[in-house]
Design a protein around this ligand. Structure first.
Ligand code: ZN
Length: 288
């Protein structure tokens, strides 16, 4: 039995579908932030992640890939959702990688260490690419993570060597889609601006795990980030740009529908307006 959760949106002529995927783990806010403000003490964050499917005239694009079979149990399974939506893995042309955490790249490799998306071109940041080639740096992580990298990286790295785009600074990677480095959360963290017919969407990955971190870039910071001050500076730039752009904003771990807009209300202060749907999106349960 799989629980499926999706939310569809249209950006100009692009059809987009948010697909939920993730372990049912919950982080207490003080684990993420250190010292949350009084009104947020006791709050927790359900760490459901997922991926975004974008159908463009130039092909089918994924932003990230979910956990895949490597971590569990999972509250939602992206691959079951993609199958139910009749999205064939071979139809995916491009995968835009925000960063290398397993809840974002696990779904690129199946349980037999084969590529899930055999025809995809991958886009990722130079720092992540370099990290994947640095065994000494990876070996400083817990053995469970190292074992997973040892299984996943060989097929992935060889696929990227033959069909990859390595990004070092902001640039267009596909017609209407720009990669924008937003470092600090994890090595090489990158966000993506997707625009069609003048309608922009900013996929911010894990630059903020909840919209409130974009609303209060002056006062809230996340110790959970690898480089907290760099990550905060990236959130500042993202919020400023999204508000100036009037862009829709998606974050991987936002609760469904997980999409909204930011309005600037003061220096480093924004108001989040969610767009459409209820907090479960279009959820259904599918029996095998
Ligand atoms: Zn994540």
């Amino acid at each position: 039995m799989s629980r499926l959760a999706t939310h569809r949106i249209r950006i100009g002529s692009f059809d987009c579908m948010i697909v939920k995927d993730g372990t049912p783990s919950t982080l207490l806010l003080h684990e993420v932030m250190g010292e949350p403000p009084a009104e947020m003490t006791g709050d927790s964050i359900e760490m459901l992640g997922g991926l975004l499917v974008v159908d463009t005239p130039d092909g089918r694009v994924l932003v990230d890939a979910g956990n895949g079979p490597h971590r569990g149990p999972r509250a939602y399974e992206a691959e079951a959702t993609l199958a139910a939506e009749e999205i064939d893995a071979a139809s995916v042309d491009t995968v835009l990688i925000t960063h290398g955490d397993f809840d974002h790249i696990g779904g690129l490799i199946d349980a037999d260490e084969r590529l899930v998306y055999p025809k995809a071109r991958y886009v990722l940041h130079r720092d992540l690419w370099d990290f994947w080639h640095d065994a000494a740096a990876r070996n400083e992580y817990p053995s469970q993570a190292v074992a997973l990298w040892d299984r996943m990286l060989p097929p992935l790295v060889s696929a990227i060597e033959s069909s990859g785009t390595i990004v070092e600074s902001e640039r267009e990677v596909l017609r209407g889609i720009r990669a924008i480095p937003a470092l600090g959360h994890r090595v090489g963290h990158t966000v993506y601006r997707i625009e069609s017919e003048g309608a922009p969407l900013l996929h911010i990955g894990d630059a903020a795990v909840r919209p409130v971190f974009l609303e209060q870039t002056d006062s809230l910071n996340v110790r959970h980030d690898t480089e907290p001050e760099t990550a905060r500076a990236a959130r500042r730039r993202i919020a400023e740009r999204a508000a100036a752009d009037g862009a829709l904003v998606i974050g991987t771990h936002f609760l469904l529908p997980g999409i909204g807009r930011l309005t600037k209300i003061a220096e480093d202060r924004y108001a989040w307006s969610p767009i459409g749907g209820n907090d479960k999106g279009d959820e259904r349960t599918e029996h095998d």
